[in-house]
Design a protein around this ligand. Structure first.
Ligand SMILES: [Zn+2]
Length: 309
């Protein structure tokens, strides 16, 4: 544990977009929230590109995201990190879990898992333990799952409140390295947050359900737990999360100041009319002075609702 920075070393936050498309308003909200949290704590704010899954990525998206962040006046500390350049760290963590007998090799197909869970009458999303007693070597080419023991994960989200999840019933043995050789998101994020000394994770509440996985891996790998603050999601009129997959509109640099004001409003801040013709710099100056974590509403809603509150 001593090799990772502790909270006393100062606040460290991050924004971690996947380069699957350009930034949209939903990702802007997450960027603004994490940036201002770092700022009010006089902390560092890191940008990490989560390019872990090449088939899902869009060519040029990472540099487009970075240009957009620049155009919106974000200033990050340290060099931008890329998950695609950090495989060695993920492999080391995987080997540590293998050496500690915390995982197993699994070659179950989706079909096999579904028929097994059907026969047991349990959810097909929970791995039914078929390969659990198999051993695993560092050189396996099968998927690797972490063993989830019968325990609960409890943590208090700074915005969403107390969380308690039964790992066995609600999560199950989850994949940390896929059969195609790619490291799973849960493992990579856990390793990155720890090795980058992140003290507070501020992100969209769609990732609240991933937090127990990450919390459990932190326990197994002897990492400190960061604090978590899951922001409300921007949803569309149909109640769906704005995402690259739902073809949310990319945000343009031309409308930066107005979009920033709207992101602040969405996060429950009250910039008022004084920013109606502001520049990007004015908006940030206002936000640095006036950001109130306690004003962020926890619930997800659409943009129109947030403007009429
Ligand atoms: Zn299996």
């Amino acid at each position: 544990m001593s090799s990772y920075s502790s909270k006393s070393a100062g606040y460290r936050g991050r924004f971690a977009p996947s380069p699957t498309g350009p930034l949209h308003f939903g990702s802007l909200v997450a960027a603004v929230g994490s940036y201002l949290q770092a700022h009010v704590h006089n902390g560092k704010w890191l940008v990490r590109i989560e390019d872990l899954d090449p088939p899902r990525e869009q060519k040029g998206a990472a540099s487009h995201i970075i240009q957009t962040l620049e155009g919106y006046g974000f200033e990050w500390d340290e060099e931008i990190s890329y998950q695609s350049q950090r495989y060695e760290l993920y492999q080391n963590a995987l080997e540590q879990l293998i050496d500690n007998n915390d995982c197993f090799a699994c070659e179950c197909s989706r079909k096999k898992i579904v028929s097994h869970t059907e026969s047991l009458g349990i959810s097909p999303h929970i791995y039914p333990g078929i390969c659990r007693n198999r051993s695993v070597s560092r050189f396996t080419s099968d998927a690797v799952r972490v063993k989830v023991l019968n325990r609960h994960i409890s943590f208090t989200d700074l915005l969403q409140g107390d969380q308690r999840v039964g790992l066995t019933d609600e999560v199950g043995d989850f994949v940390i390295r896929r059969a195609d050789g790619l490291y799973a998101y849960q493992l990579a994020v856990t390793v990155d947050d720890a090795t980058q000394g992140i003290t507070e994770v501020v992100r969209g509440s769609d990732l609240l359900s991933s937090t127990p996985h990450q919390y459990y891996l932190q326990q197994l790998l002897n990492y400190p737990h960061p604090d978590y603050l899951h922001l409300p999601l921007v949803i569309n009129q149909a109640g769906e999360k704005l995402s690259k997959q739902s073809y949310a509109r990319a945000i343009e640099i031309e409308g930066a100041a107005l979009n920033l004001v709207q992101a602040l409003q969405f996060l429950g801040q009250n910039p008022g009319d004084e920013l109606s013709r502001a520049t990007v710099k004015d908006v940030w100056e206002w936000a640095f002075e006036n950001w109130q974590t306690g004003s962020i509403p926890p619930h997800s809603r659409n943009m129109l609702e947030s403007l009429h509150e």
